[in-house]
Design a protein around this ligand. Structure first.
Ligand code: 5AD
Ligand code: SF4
Length: 464
C-alpha cells in the first residue's frame, strides 16, 4: 500500500541525534543534484553524509533506469544490503534502506514486494518527503511514494547553502527543468520523469544568488531537455533558456555558466546569441545527435536530419568559434545497417567532437523501440561501438593535444594528489593539473598548457 505523506516545512534544527546517510548515485548529473538535495533534506532531520557505507544508518540507492539491467543491478545491490541490515540490527543499530530515482519511479511497489529489507521507495518528484517517510518506516510501515507531488518539491527543500557540515564546492549543479516531451523511441525518460516542467525564474535566480554568495563560481544548469526550459520575466514576457542565461550572467560572483542536456531542435536563435555574447557561458556544448543516418533518426523520432544538425553546429560555431562539442550516440538501434552506421561515423568525422558518450542500443520495455522486430545482434553492436569509440577517443585526444602551448583560464577546484598541485577546470570541461603553491581554490587563473595525460591536461601558471 502506498502511504500518502504530508510535506514538512524545511527546518535546519535536527530533531533526532546525529545519524549518517550513505548515498549511492547512479546515472546522470540530475541524479547527482537530486542526491545532494536529498542529503540537504536529511540534514534537517539530523543526518550527516558519509562516504563509508558500513558506518551509515541509512543507505539510499539513487537509481537510473536509462539502460537495461539497471533494475537488476539495484536488486543485487539490495540483496547485499539486506545482509548488512541483518548484521547491524543484530547489534541493535538502526540501519534503513531506501530506493530513490528512476528505478524507484518505474518499479514502485514491486521493490518492497521483492526485497523485504527496503524501508522506503521514493520517486524523483517526492524526495522532499524523505524525512517523513523514514519516520513512518521506523514505526514499521514501509513507504512507497512515487506520486507526482502536487506541491513543488523545490519549495519544500532547505536552502542548500545553509546546511550544517556540508562540504562546500566551487562548482554546483542546479536543476532548472525536469521531464521530457520529445519521446525518442529508445528512451524511458518521458515515462519515468514525466512531461516537461520548468522551474520558475525567481526560484532559479534566488538559488543562483545564494550559491554565488556562498562561494560557488561555476553553475551547470540541468534538465533532461534543458534547452526546452521556458518561463516568464518579471513583467510577464515569455522567456527561453537563452534569456535565462542573459539574466543569470548578471549575478555578481558567478564566473562560469554551463547547461546540459540539450536537444538539437530546441537550440533557438536566442540561445545561440547567448553563446556569442556571454563570456560567462563556457564554450562547450553537449548536443546529442544519437545517429548520423536520416533513416535511423526518423525511426528514433528525433525529428531532425543529419544535415540539420550539421547546419546547426555551423551556426553555433559561427557565433562562438572556440566552442567545443560533445554528444551522445546509440549504435545498433533496430534496423541499423552497416550503411546507417557509416553515416554516423561520417557525421562524427565532420563534427570533430571534444568528448562524447556512446552506447549500445538497449531495449527498454514500454518504449516504441522495444516493439520493433529488426533488433541488431549483440556482437554487431559491440563491434560497431568499438569502432565508434576508437574514433571518438582519437578526436578527444586530438582536441586535447591542440591545446598544448595555449594559454587559458582555469577555475581552481581542489588540491591535487601531489603536494603543491592544484586541479582546475578548463573552459572545455577538462581537468587541468597545475603546479603552484599559494593558489586559492575558487580562483580563476591563467595557465599555459604544457602536456596532455589520458584524461587530463598539465599546465604551468602563465606569466603576468
Ligand atoms: N539504449 C542505449 N542508450 C540510450 N540512451 C537513452 N536511452 C537509451 C537506450 N535505450 C542514451 C542516449 C541519451 C543518453 C542519456 O543515454 O544517448 O542521450
Ligand atoms: Fe530521452 Fe529523447 Fe527526451 Fe533525451 S530528448 S530525454 S533522449 S526522450
Amino acid at each position: 500500500m502506498t502511504d500518502t505523506l504530508t510535506t514538512p516545512e524545511p527546518s535546519l534544527q535536527p530533531e533526532t541525534p546525529l545519524k549518517k546517510v550513505f548515498i549511492k548515485t547512479y546515472g546522470c548529473q540530475m541524479n547527482v543534484y537530486d542526491s545532494s538535495r536529498m542529503a540537504d533534506a536529511l540534514a534537517a532531520d539530523g543526518y550527516r553524509t558519509t562516504e563509508v557505507m558500513e558506518e551509515a544508518n541509512l543507505v539510499l540507492l539513487n537509481t537510473c533506469h536509462i539502460r537495461e539491467k539497471a533494475a537488476d543491478k539495484v536488486y543485487s545491490a539490495l540483496g547485499r544490503l539486506r545482509d548488512m541490515k541483518k548484521a547491524r540490527q543484530a547489534k541493535g543499530e538502526e540501519f534503513m534502506i531506501g530506493v530513490t530515482g528512476c528505478v524507484a519511479q518505474a518499479e514502485g511497489e514491486e521493490i518492497i514486494r521483492r526485497e523485504p529489507g527496503v524501508d522506503v521507495v521514493i520517486g524523483p518528484q517526492t524526495y522532499h518527503r524523505l524525512p517523513d517517510a523514514l519516520k513512518k518506516a521506523r514505526t514499521g510501515r514501509r513507504v512507497v511514494d512515487t506520486d507526482y507531488a502536487v506541491e513543488d518539491k523545490f519549495e519544500h527543500l532547505p536552502d542548500p547553502t545553509k546546511i550544517p557540515g556540508k562540504r562546500r564546492s566551487v562548482t554546483a549543479f542546479l536543476t532548472v527543468q525536469e521531464g521530457c516531451d520529445k519521446f525518442c523511441t529508445f528512451c524511458v525518460v518521458p515515462y519515468t520523469r514525466g512531461s516537461e516542467v520548468s522551474r520558475p525564474l525567481s526560484q532559479i535566480v534566488d538559488e543562483v544568488k545564494r550559491l554565488a554568495d556562498s562561494g560557488v563560481r561555476e553553475i551547470t544548469l540541468l534538465g533532461q531537455n534543458v534547452n526546452g526550459w521556458h518561463g516568464e520575466s518579471r513583467n510577464g514576457a515569455p522567456m527561453g533558456l537563452g534569456d535565462l542565461l542573459y539574466e543569470l550572467a548578471e549575478i555578481p560572483g558567478l564566473a562560469r555558466l554551463r547547461y546540459t542536456t540539450s536537444h538539437p531542435r530546441d537550440m533557438d536563435d536566442r540561445l545561440i546569441e547567448a553563446h556569442r555574447d556571454l563570456r560567462v557561458l563556457m564554450p562547450y556544448l553537449h548536443l546529442p545527435v544519437q545517429s548520423g543516418s536520416d533513416r535511423i533518426l526518423k525511426a528514433m523520432n528525433r525529428r531532425h536530419k543529419a544535415a540539420d544538425y550539421l547546419a546547426l553546429i555551423e551556426r553555433i560555431r559561427a557565433a562562438r568559434p572556440d566552442i567545443a562539442l560533445s554528444g551522445d550516440f546509440i549504435v545498433g538501434f533496430p534496423g541499423e545497417t552497416e550503411e546507417d552506421f557509416a553515416d554516423t561515423m561520417a557525421l562524427v568525422e565532420k563534427v570533430g567532437y571534444a568528448q562524447a558518450f556512446s552506447f549500445k542500443y538497449s531495449t527498454r520495455p514500454g518504449t516504441p523501440g522495444a516493439e520493433l522486430d529488426n533488433q541488431v545482434d549483440e556482437e554487431v553492436k559491440s563491434e560497431r561501438l568499438a569502432r565508434l569509440q576508437e574514433l571518438l577517443l582519437r578526436q578527444q585526444h586530438d582536441f586535447a593535444r591542440s591545446l598544448v602551448g595555449q594559454t587559458m583560464d582555469i577555475l581552481l577546484e581542489k588540491p591535487g594528489r601531489m603536494e603543491g598541485q592544484v586541479i582546475g577546470k578548463s573552459p572545455w570541461l577538462q581537468s587541468v593539473n597545475v603546479d603552484a603553491k599559494s593558489l586559492q581554490i575558487g580562483d580563476i587563473i591563467k595557465v599555459r598548457i604544457t602536456d596532455t595525460g589520458p584524461n587530463s591536461l598539465f599546465a604551468e601558471v602563465a606569466p603576468g
